[in-house]
Design a protein around this ligand. Structure first.
Ligand code: GFP
Ligand code: GFP
Length: 824
């Protein structure tokens, strides 16, 4: 401990240039972070060296988004020095919790996709898999959300302003990134046509490394994020011609590439800067991968034995064309050889079946910005369509393919003609990869049967499932110390590395003393949340209420509106004196809406308006409260999830690819009210469906309802309580003086077709909520179920998910000596 103290003080003085006697929490946080980083870097270097020494096959995870959140606590726990640090900082006059508050969340992602990427890096580090995360170091991450007059207001997330003590910027290792320009043809010595791309603009990519430690195993992997740097300062011509300001302007223009994360749903077709971001990060990454590979290999055909590249969604899919370009134009390989290398190296993960979320890029834009890549994509397509024809005419594809050949070719082509001629990035990713995976069983089945059904017929082996998981280090051990300590006192700490060990808790569910201790841990977390809300929102929570929580991005398919309709109905029952048996509850909502997503923003406004009315009504507010948690982010989730008793997972069946919030809640002992959707289905199967509150129509039922003509008005007219709730929303009951403010929400349900079947599931949802309320009154039974929920969550560890990727997709083994987690 004395060593750590000394190091912290040294960093305050020599790294931060401050007087150690002036007790600034900001300085002491930074100094502690630097002292922790010092303890990671040796192991990081040893880890990186060992990959070379052991000629390890490496995995590269390419993701345009990561959501690491805060690093301090997680890193202290991984290093096993949490207690030491707590005591050291207390000696220096600080509470570790307060210091941790100084850190800004690294919010380099929108939601589940980015958070999954961060959980996966954690698991690769812990399992000893030679892995790297590659992405962009955005100067501005996901916006900061404030609620003003009930509405979302976005503020810039200037997380870099105060510096980032965790990252190493490597200004000496720059990679050139080229755009535009032209392609020249030439003939090689064997008379073959060759191509050279001479680009117009060049920008530089600078690596920023963040160290990702495994749990207690000395294995530290790298998350390498690229930051754009202008090459203008190296261009002496600018200065010689006296155009100094011009040079500076161009520099700023170039560096725009890594300036800001695009909020999801706002990626309109043809956003040039977004495509630049994708190519920028992809080419720098591929160059870096090949640089490392070439240190030990000359023969490019060995690449797939040494390297696996996972594409996290289609955002990095242009990597397929980029690797082809390098192999063809720089290494001068033949097409077939190059293509085999590509397909064997790449694998692609799909995260959504929503058609509007499947990415396309206009051909005209690609032709201009990446002319050589567009040529390559055309060639991939031509060869692929010939292959389709061959397979379709063969026996094994069956009659259907054959008869329908022209249509089939149109459907699977890399190029879509309408509304504008564009490249379908998902098709590129499928064709250029040896594996395509969905993220939960139902999602994968829907990919096979609907979204990519043609590809499933063409390549029956390619599409496979890898159900998502979450890291128990952050989402149980670090976020929920009261519960973790209780668990550890009964079954040891092995569960942190091997989550299946939680099954040892099962017999304890029958033990009244253990149940009482389990409840005490929950109460401690609820009180902690209470203190936080008091500080942040100046609101007093009732900890004896059932804490009912719905936190995730705001989206129509996630159906926050369904939850809101339950709240309004409960409010009406209480007002009308029809709810004598109502179980007191506080309903929490949290999440960001994409800035240009009108309906999602109006939903936030409606939730806040209902909250204001309910919370101010003294007839009901001792029994029902509504809280909107502004600026939902990773660190907020770490506070809220341990305090939650009821987890809302109520998306329209078939729409949520997997969900990972659902897993974090159950792992922390919340019971789930949810639909038969995403990974919630698999959770219900693992835990026992009777231990969750499952309701609503299933995916196939919704399909048939849609086919037979779904009429939301029937539900409106047929259900008095539903009608009352909708009429109130449409009138000014929650928006005094602003008649019709929420009419778009209601009209969307009644006259806009209710695409997400809110009204169809309303009555069943109410029934399930009533079961929840009733069960909560029986605290012994509730606790028993809570324990069993957590005990049966072993499968949903990201360690299990990553082990499956490693075995079944990447063919990568853990580093020797790390198979059991522990390092030397
Ligand atoms: C990594 C580290 C370097 C280290 C080498 C070899 O480099 O600091 O010197 O491994 O141990 F970053 P690359 O694998 O990225 O070349
Ligand atoms: C997406 C899907 C989720 C899925 C995650 C991770 O999340 O169902 O759990 O990816 O696979 F929608 P978002 O990025 O859309 O939140």
């Amino acid at each position: 401990m004395e060593g750590l103290k000394k190091d912290v003080i040294r960093h305050v003085v020599s790294s931060l240039g401050s007087d150690y006697a002036s007790k600034s929490a900001y300085n002491y946080y930074n100094a502690l972070a630097l002292a922790v980083r010092d303890r990671l870097i040796d192991n990081w270097i040893k880890t990186q060296r060992s990959y070379y020494d052991e000629k390890a096959k490496r995995v590269y995870y390419l993701s345009l988004e990561y959501l690491p959140g805060k690093s301090l606590m997680n890193n202290l726990h991984c290093l096993g020095i949490y207690e030491t640090a707590r005591k050291a900082m207390s000696d220096l006059g600080f509470s570790l919790e307060d210091l941790a508050e100084q850190e800004w969340d690294a919010g380099l992602g929108n939601g589940g996709l980015g958070r999954l990427a961060s959980c996966f890096l954690d698991s690769m580090a812990t399992l000893g898999i030679p892995g790297y995360g590659y992405g962009i170091r955005y100067d501005y991450g996901i916006f900061h959300q404030v609620i003003e007059d009930g509405k979302q207001v976005e503020q810039a997330d200037n997380w870099m302003r105060v510096g980032n003590p965790w990252a190493y910027e490597r200004g000496q290792h720059l990679f050139p990134v080229r755009f535009f320009g032209e392609v020249k043809n030439w003939t090689d010595e064997y008379g073959r046509l060759r191509h050279t791309w001479t680009a117009g603009d060049t920008v530089l990519a600078m690596p920023c490394d963040m160290l990702v430690p495994g749990w207690d195993n000395h294995h530290v992997i790298n998350m390498r994020l690229w930051s754009a740097r202008s090459d203008v300062e190296f261009d002496l011509d600018f200065f010689n011609t006296g155009n100094y300001l011009g040079a500076v302007e161009e520099k700023i223009f170039d560096e725009k590439i890594s300036k800001v994360l695009y909020p999801s749903d706002q990626i309109e077709e043809g956003r040039e800067l977004r495509l630049k971001q994708q190519y920028f990060f992809v080419t720098a990454t591929i160059q870096d991968i090949l640089r490392r590979f070439r240190k030990k290999h000359q023969d490019m055909t060995e690449l797939p034995q040494s390297v696996a590249i996972q594409l996290n969604d289609t955002h990095p899919a242009i990597a397929i064309a980029e690797l082809m370009r390098i192999l063809l134009d720089e290494d001068l390989l033949d097409w077939e050889v190059a293509w085999d290398i590509c397909v064997s190296t790449f694998a692609y993960t799909n995260h959504t079946i929503l058609p509007e979320a499947l990415e396309t890029w206009p051909v005209s834009l690609l032709e201009r910005m990446l002319p050589r890549h567009m040529q390559i994509i055309y060639e991939i397509n031509a060869r692929f369509l010939r292959e389709v024809e061959r397979v379709a005419r063969s026996e094994d594809c069956g009659q259907l393919c054959h008869r329908d050949l022209d249509h089939l070719k149109q459907r699977v082509s890399l190029i879509q003609e309408r509304p504008i001629k564009s490249v379908r990035m998902a098709h590129l990713a499928i064709i250029g990869s040896h594996s395509v995976n969905g993220v939960a069983a139902l999602h994968t089945e829907l990919l096979k049967a609907r979204v990519f059904d043609d590809f499933q017929r063409l390549y029956p082996q390619k599409i496979n499932n890898k159900t998502n998981g979450v890291t128990p280090r952050r989402w149980l051990w670090s976020a929920n110390q009261p519960l973790s300590r209780l668990i550890a006192s009964h079954i040891g700490t092995g569960f942190v590395r091997n989550l299946d060990e939680l099954t040892q808790l099962e017999p304890l569910a029958a033990d009244p003393a253990f149940r009482e201790a389990w409840r005490a841990a929950k109460l401690e977390n609820k009180q902690r949340l209470q203190a936080y809300i008091k500080r942040k929102l100046m609101r007093e929570l009732h900890t004896e209420h059932l804490f009912d929580v719905h936190i995730k991005r705001i989206h129509e398919y996630k159906r926050q509106v369904l939850n809101l309709l339950h709240v309004v109905t409960a409010y009406n029952r209480l007002r009308h004196g029809q709810a004598a048996d109502f179980t007191p509850r506080t309903v929490f909502f949290g999440g960001k809406a994409a800035p240009s997503y009108f309906m999602a923003k109006r939903i936030i406004h409606a939730i806040n308006a209902v909250a204001a009315t309910v919370n101010a009504d003294s007839r009901v507010n001792d029994k029902l409260q509504v809280v909107y948690l502004p600026n939902y982010c990773v660190s907020q989730a770490e506070r809220v999830i341990p305090a939650t008793e009821l987890s809302e997972q109520i998306s329209t069946a078939g729409m949520e690819a997997s969900g990972t919030g659902n897993m974090k809640f159950a792992l922390n002992g919340a019971l789930t009210i949810g639909t038969w959707d995403g990974a919630t289905i698999e959770m219900a199967q693992a835990i026992g469906p009777e231990l969750l509150f499952i309701f609503g129509m299933r995916e196939d039922e919704l399909v048939s309802l849609r086919q037979h003509g779904y009429n939301p008005m029937l539900y409106y007219h047929g259900d008095e309580e539903l009608r009352e709730a909708l009429d109130m929303l449409r009138s000014d009951a929650f928006s005094p003086g602003q008649h019709g403010l929420f009419a778009p929400l209601v009209d969307n349900l009644l006259h806009g077709g209710d695409r997400f079947f809110v009204l169809a599931d309303y009555r069943q949802y109410l029934g399930a909520q009533q079961d929840v309320g009733r069960l909560y009154l029986d605290q012994e039974e509730w606790t028993r179920r809570s324990i069993l929920n957590a005990a049966r969550m072993g499968f949903f560890s990201s360690d299990r998910a990553i082990s499956q990727y490693a075995r079944e997709i990447w063919d990568v083994a853990p580093m020797a000596g790390l198979q059991n987690g522990k390092g030397a």
